[in-house]
Design a protein around this ligand. Structure first.
Ligand code: PLP
Length: 471
């Protein structure tokens, strides 16, 4: 399998190179040159099989010869062995035609673990073979930092540094990062805002001498391998409800469009998915896009679902690439114009099919709380604000008649205990942390505090990363 850039101007890469490269050199995102085509029989053979086995079968064609079968199997076993539910991504029935898929049984209680746990393993295998070592540097406003740290901890070829704004992340979020015991992970509390942290990470990437010296990398959401890992649960979910002999819908709370794009990829492989139902919070650029074909950038506003507080959904570019008939140059021009003018219109060709496949809904905070309250009243289930948005979008699609009678799986992207204040506000019940995290608030923390000073942070990284060893 070869990977091409959505902007058409970067070299084609194999899986290993696409994994290590992340963003393409022309500013585009890597996508498979062609989608693997699976027959109904190929899907049928995986029905009822353990998650790990489905993961191996689904990822294999994307990885090609970059990894040996035994290496891939081992990586998958290690990645999903960290999950607290044997099914990895279990389904819970909500009503006669609606299911919730719990993607939050990983170490940090959010769906990003599904992709990042595998990514950490794949990085380590590939780097060890090349005799290379990388330094991952990232900034977090609270949520993604812990998933990245958990994915990289104890990986021999990776050192990771996560910057967070001191005093501006919640106790639980900070402790999920600072109580991880591993020598290769480093938490830095910066005396500044999240933007200050992010600006410093950008400045480090833009400092070639520093970047090369530490072999700097990112594990961000545009990495193809993350999308690939997420295709797996679309397959297990659909198979459990009768695919390939019955079609299903998926409802997905969306920010960067990475999760729902994996559903699009599963469908492109031949999985019978009728509709992909997208849920947004008040930052609703995706909802506006799917309802009109036009996008207009506006300011990010904080909401009860902070992991979806995004205005430009980076992974949408992968869908737009197909909408532009895979003409990278044309898409590149459109994206440049979008950055300059703040608006974008989809090409008319192909739009009808896109509008039919995707249905999009928006919920503000009040509606999100109402959705959480409603599902609790009807079923006794506690859901987090992100998951509630996907669930409500699924119900809206059904009520409006725009959704078919097809069974729908709503993806639950975070454990309710990750957002206890919102859950309590909606239902009056404060969800408890799962048993393995119950003592989180009494565990020993490990972090360093640094001023908002690029030079000092760079010195710290240089002093603590394991340079040279593995080369
Ligand atoms: C990241 C995240 C999302 C959004 O996923 P995208 O792939 O960015 O669309 C939704 N819910 C939670 C809990 C998340 O952490």
């Amino acid at each position: 399998m070869r990977y091409i850039s959505t902007r058409g101007q970067a070299p084609k890469l194999n899986f290993e190179a696409a994994l290590l490269t992340g963003l393409a050199r022309d500013g585009g995102l890597y996508v498979p040159e062609t989608w693997p085509q699976w027959s109904a029989g190929q899907f049928r053979k995986l029905a009822g099989k353990p998650y790990e086995q489905v993961a191996a079968a689904v990822t294999k064609p994307f990885i090609g010869s970059s990894l040996k079968t035994a290496q891939l199997d081992k990586a998958i076993a290690a990645a999903y062995g960290t999950f607290r539910h044997q099914a990895v991504a279990p389904l819970v029935q909500v009503d006669e035609s609606l299911w919730l898929m719990e993607l939050f049984h990983g170490p940090t209680l959010a769906f990003k673990d599904v992709a990042l746990q595998l990514l950490g393993q794949l990085y380590d295998i590939v780097l060890k073979e090349r005799g290379e070592r990388i330094t991952v540097v990232g900034a977090t406003s609270g949520d993604t930092g812990s998933a990245a740290l958990e994915a990289c901890k104890n990986r021999q070829s990776i050192d990771i540094f996560i910057l967070h704004p001191k005093g501006r992340v919640s106790d639980v979020q900070r402790r999920q990062m600072t109580t991880i015991e591993a020598d290769n992970i480093h938490n830095i509390a910066i005396d500044g805002s999240f933007d200050d942290c992010q600006d410093m990470v950008k400045a480090m990437f833009n400092d070639p001498k520093f970047r090369d010296r530490v072999n700097m990398s990112a594990v961000n959401s545009i990495n193809w391998a993350r999308v690939m890992a997420q295709i797996v649960y679309y397959v297990t979910g659909a198979l459990a409800l009768g695919a390939p002999d019955r079609a299903v819908n998926f409802a997905v709370p969306s920010g960067n469009f990475g999760n729902v794009f994996a559903g699009y990829a599963a469908r492109a492989m031949g999985l019978p998915i009728d509709q992909l139902i997208v849920g947004s919070n008040r930052n609703d650029i995706l909802t506006r896009f799917f309802n009109s074909g036009a996008m207009k950038m506006s300011k990010v506003a904080p909401s009860l679902s902070p992991s979806m507080d995004i205005q430009v959904s980076s992974n949408l570019e992968r869908l737009l690439f197909d909408l532009f008939d895979r003409q990278g140059k044309k898409l590149g021009q459109a994206m440049t114009d979008f950055r300059e003018t703040g608006s974008f219109a989809a090409p008319k060709r192909g739009w009808a099919a896109t509008a039919k496949l995707f249905k999009a809904y928006k919920l503000d905070d009040r509606e999100t709380l109402a959705a959480m309250r409603d599902v609790h009243k009807r079923t006794g289930m506690l859901v987090d604000p992100h998951s509630a948005i996907g669930l409500a979008a699924a119900l809206e699609a059904r009520i409006s008649g725009k959704g078919s009678a097809t069974p729908t799986i709503a993806l639950a992207t975070a454990h309710p205990a990750k957002f206890p204040d919102a859950v309590e506000k909606a239902t009056g019940i404060r969800p408890a942390l799962p048993a393995h995290l119950a003592d989180l608030l009494s565990r020993k923390e490990r972090l360093s505090e640094l001023p908002n000073d690029l030079g000092k942070v760079q010195d710290y990284v240089l002093a603590h990363t394991r340079l040279g060893h593995n080369r």
